[in-house]
Design a protein around this ligand. Structure first.
Ligand code: ADP
Ligand code: MG
Length: 393
């Protein structure tokens, strides 16, 4: 984690010295262990919060200005509370502005302005949810400072709504939910239709979670993501012939789907829908095997998830496939899959602790030889969700 004292020094330099009024908050990034492209289908997901994320230092101002700075981006962005609208020029600051807008929609008007300094340790645009992290930390901090309840389920919903409606990214609820509700050494089993969730101890024993960043820029991800969403909606429309009340694919069991798949007209749409219902089934099976501490079986389910995302949902691409193939060839690897929306971004692998060094060397070498890109690796622990850094600050 970043040194808070160093960030405080930068904060004072940027905004002048009112140190005693500066408070510090943190929200993590997240990694999804299994259950991909199921959240917007009302299915289940199984993400975990990371031990690194976004730190926010914030202090009140006497006027009605919001001044945003980030150690990750050069310019300070300043706006008035009374004029919060999406503005291309505000670039990254549209994420925290979206939260201010969202709070106003919920009749929570800020009583005065604030200075913000963000410090992100999550690589941006890599599928580890830096956007959810900046949203959730902003929402949590502002609610705290305004003396409002900090219900972390509501914070996740509001943050997702802000990203959907203010920033204009049609993401599901998983990222914000994991970032807001994570718990050390636990993964979150979340039903994205009902928002019922359970913190499940993730006992990985002698195995470590290793994230591999392909460092591939996600080019057409938004249009492809929207296309997948539209295909899932098409599948629901076709299946309504048998299930008139159906609104989301995740409401069907695998058996119900199997008996009615023929109702889906388009072959591509059928493959997309099959991925979704089978992936939800894999999440359920994961809970069974993890309850028995059968990590090898969980690893096989991770592999099945990736293969389905590659063959049926077609969201992996050469880089993610190359990294996963290289990972699976290393002895001591129980499973490896892409994580996040796909088309680039990261993989997650379950690696025996004695193989981690070899894993990073071999996967790195093979991946670079195949793609010409330099990857990065993070050996992860599972951390807590959003919180104020009190003693630590
Ligand atoms: P992901 O959520 O997968 O990391 P996104 O494209 O959804 O990728 O979000 C990344 C964007 O979020 C960045 O380009 C930036 O606009 C914003 N962001 C995330 N973290 C920070 C930060 N620490 N400071 C400023 N902006 C940030
Ligand atoms: Mg994001």
């Amino acid at each position: 984690m970043a040194q808070i004292s160093e960030l405080k020094r930068q904060f004072a330099e940027l905004f002048g010295g009112t140190e005693e009024k500066v408070r510090a908050f943190q929200a993590p990034g997240r990694v999804n262990l299994i259950g991909e492209h199921t959240d917007y289908n009302g299915g289940s997901v199984f993400p975990a919060a990371l031990t690194f994320g976004t730190t926010l230092l914030v202090s009140p101002r006497a006027d009605r200005k919001l001044s945003f700075a980030s150690t990750n981006f050069p310019a300070k962005k300043e706006v008035s509370i009374d004029n919060i609208e999406f503005n291309e020029e505000d670039d990254w600051a549209n994420y925290p502005k979206g939260i201010v807008w969202e709070l106003a929609q919920r009749n929570i008007e800020l009583s005065h302005g604030y200075n913000f300094l963000y410090h992100g340790e999550i690589p941006n645009g890599s599928g580890l949810s830096s956007s959810a992290s900046i949203e959730v930390v902003t929402a949590y901090a502002l609610l705290t400072l305004e003396g409002q309840p900090t219900d972390t389920v509501r914070i996740a919903q509001w943050s997702q709504h802000a990203e959907n409606e203010f920033v204009g990214v049609k993401c599901g609820i998983m990222d914000q939910f994991a970032v807001a509700n994570g718990r050390k050494d636990h993964a979150i089993l979340l039903d994205c239709d009902t928002l019922k969730y359970e913190l499940v101890p993730f006992r990985s024993g002698e195995y470590r979670l290793v994230i591999g960043n392909t460092n591939k820029r996600r080019g057409l991800v938004d249009s492809k993501y929207n296309e997948r969403r539209a295909q899932c909606e098409q599948a629901v429309q076709d299946l309504k012939a048998a299930f008139p009340q159906l609104t989301l694919l995740g409401q069907l069991t695998l058996a119900e789907y199997n008996a009615n798949e023929h109702l889906i007209q388009d072959e591509t749409v059928r493959r997309r829908a099959r991925h979704v219902v089978e992936e939800i089934d894999r999440v359920a099976k994961s809970m069974e095997v993890l309850a028995k501490d059968d990590l090898a079986a969980f690893g096989r389910l991770m592999n099945g998830s990736h293969d389905s995302l590659r063959d049926l949902y077609e969201v992996t691409g050469d880089e993610l496939d190359a990294m996963v193939d290289a990972a699976r060839a290393v002895p001591g690897v129980l499973g490896s899959r892409m994580t996040g929306a796909g088309f680039g971004g990261c993989t997650v692998s379950l690696v025996h602790e004695s193989s981690v060094e070899r894993f990073i060397a071999e996967v790195g070498e093979k991946y670079e030889a195949k793609t010409g890109l330099k990857p990065a690796f993070y050996v992860c622990d599972i951390g807590d969700g959003v919180r104020e850094l009190k003693g630590e600050a």
